[in-house]
Ligand binder design. Sequence first.
Ligand code: SAH
Length: 355
Amino acid sequence: MTPLTEILIERIGQTGPITVADYMAECLLHPEHGYYTTRTPFGRDGDFTTAPEISQMFGEMIGLALAQAWMDQGAPTPFVLAELGPGRGTLMADILRATARVPNFHAGATVHLVEASEALRAQQAKAITSHRPVWHDDVDALPDDMPIFVVANEFFDALPIRQFIRDGRGWRERRVGVQDGALTFGAGDATPLKALAERLLDTGDGDMVELRPAQPAIVSALATRINTNGGGAIIIDYGDWQSKGDTLQALRAHEFCAPLDHAGHADLTAHVDFADIAAHAGTAKVSHMTPQGIFLERLGITARAQALAKSMTGEALNQHIAAHRRLTHPDEMGTLFKAIAITPANTPMIAGFET
Ligand code: SAH
């Protein structure tokens, strides 16, 4: 039993079952025992690998797409270059490296990072050397008086979700309780829920849907800034157009495990609902949801992969080819992961996306 499991069993014993969102928040960000607060989980030795950790090409493509969008909008300076949930800082470092020769881009940019974990902030500071980043606890703290170009890769999937099980015309919220001294899932009383009223149309009894309570306000804060001052957002994550079914997943040492088994010692994520992102962008322009593989192909990842391959041999070349496949192939991250973009209503869409 992990220390956090003991804390949660005690708490649930005192005040009753907690929502899946509360459970997720404690597991990921508990100040002493949270997954992100106590470790740097990425890479081969960690629990999972993300696209920027697989290949530098991922950040290069995104950097060039953002720089192109910035030029399309008249190369405004100063501007904010922001990332939500930067992990080890690899993506932002690759973006900055790829854009170093874009005239005025670096001189005009201030780098802003939204990151909850102190341990990861320290890693990001080491990775990002060309600029001195400014860190924020949340999206609301990002500047709102200049253009903002922002990327979020696997940020939304780490935000807590609530889960609801359809029961007649109402929904029972899934909760984490205690049975026989162990954490266990249960369901509360059925209540009608306004936010899920339209999901009565495409679900049946017993179906599960998920809501991510923090997501609408974050999307809206970004979209308002983008639409008012210029800029753009590229959001990449695993998920689909609408949530359906139980997608809560726990990953430890690259293996799936039961979400309640290793509280604070496993990564917990859930699919991102892209329809919900599009619904909260207000009057800003939103692209089609685009599979990651197609998005990267449109940006020229294959030509870049071939150029890099020219100077490689042996195991390095094999790994490079495998990395390209992993990022783009439908059997790997190519279709499970999706991208969506937000731009001001009156500007061209970001490269790699169609509206
Ligand atoms: N984008 C990185 C890391 C993804 S992991 C990559 O692609 O490799 C999720 C990141 O979001 C971590 O940096 C984590 O600490 C951060 N994070 C999770 N929940 C957060 C929250 N509520 N507020 C701010 N950052 C958060």
